[in-house]
Structure formats: structure tokens, C-alpha cells
Design a protein around this ligand. Sequence first.
Ligand code: PAF
Length: 253
Amino acid sequence: MITVKSLKRWRTLRAGGRFGGRSLGFVPTMGALHDGHLSLIARARRENDIVAASVFVNPAQFNDKKDLARYPRTLAADTKMLAAAGADFLLAPNAGDMYPDGYRYRVDEKEESRLLCGAYRPGHFEGVLTVVLKLLNLVKPDRAYFGEKDYQQYRLIKGMAEALFLDVEIVPCPIVREPDGLAMSSRNLLLNEEERAIAPALNMVLGSKASIPNMKKALAKLGFGPEYIEERWGRRLAAAKLGKVRLIDNVEA
Ligand code: PAF
């Protein structure tokens, strides 16, 4: 696997002949990789000739500076995992290179980005869509893979690709769970032992037959700070805080 940190180098490499005529699958990430990410790499590996991943903790999508500072950064371990999973390229740029415009130019979606997570994290999806557009323009993949744990994110990225006529297939991939049902997430690394023991209850409650108000009550009783539980797009989606860690999940409604 070739790791490229300089965007100048990446653009030279991408413009060269080595990708010619071969399909390219892309898995954008913020690192702190887990089996959920590896399932995206495996799918990209099966469906494409070349696989590229990116690791970039995108400051523009963190509405809370403390959350950005806390976000786990494990590039050395991520690099090993990606190489072992069969990625051909890792793009790991820095924020200065990714935002030469100082984040003056942004992608703003005005409906779905304001709902659910967007209502609790103002500006979050603007940051996500902007960085994903930049990454897709840099990597120019045939297919890009996104986990359904971030279901609202997946919908918004797919919608952006359609609205802006991007020449890429946005591929949704199923949630990967721990044996106890907790959806895999880089943020799980931030849970302390006690929180980790409680965390699977989010999925259990969400999948139960209780009414939504009762689900919220049950979560609050267990120590969660529920933000929302809502049914949309054929899913029941939830976000809840456990200590300082914000967890999201969704199940079929
Ligand atoms: O889901 C993520 O890890 C991020 O939101 C993404 C899509 C890599 C954009 O920074």
C-alpha cells in the first residue's frame, strides 16, 4: 500500500497513467478504524480493481472544538489495518492542504441536513458534504462506500452526488455490530468501562416495541442523554449521549 500525505503528490499520481482503464473504489474515513471500516474496504476490494482509502479528521464537521480535540487519532495502526485489508492507496492529507480556501467555499444542503443530527450539530453536514466533495474530486473514484450507521450522512452524500452530477456511485454498506449489538464506531474507543457496558442498550431499546417516548425514558433511566429518536426513510434513528460520548444508531422501522 502506498501512503500519500501530500495532495500535490496525490494529484500527480492520480493524473498519471497507472489508474487508466481500471475501476477505483474509495473508502473515506476519519481513522480510528474498526471492523466496520474494514467491511467497506473488503466490499470495495471485491468490486474494484484498485482500492483507495483516506484518513482525515475533518475539522469543518466538528461543531464542538472539544469533540474535535478528543476524537481518536491512530494513524499508525490505521495504516497497518488498511494494508492488511488490501487497500492499494492511503491518502492522509493535512487540514491546510484540504482547505486552501480557509473553508470559504462550502456545500450547503437546506432540508435534510437540518434534521436529526443536523439539529443537534449545526454546520456538521455542511462540513461533511464539503470534505466529501473535495475528496471525491481528488480521488475520482468509480464507487465510494459509506456505512449505514451514519444513515443521514449516507442519504445526504447520495443526494449531493445526484444534485451535482458527480460521476460516482455512492454505495451504502450495512452496519457492523459488536457481538453485544453495539454499532461499531470510532467513538466507542472513548467510552469508559461502565459506559461501554451500558452502550449496547441503545440498540436494544431502539429495536424494542416500546413507544418512542418510552424508549427515551428507558434510555434516560439507564444513564443516556437521549437527543432524538425518530422514524424516517423506513428507519428508526437515534442519537444519545453517554457521558461525553455521542452515540448514533438506526434500525429498520
Ligand atoms: O463518516 C465519516 O467518517 C466522515 O463523516 C467522512 C465521511 C469520512 C467525512 O469526513
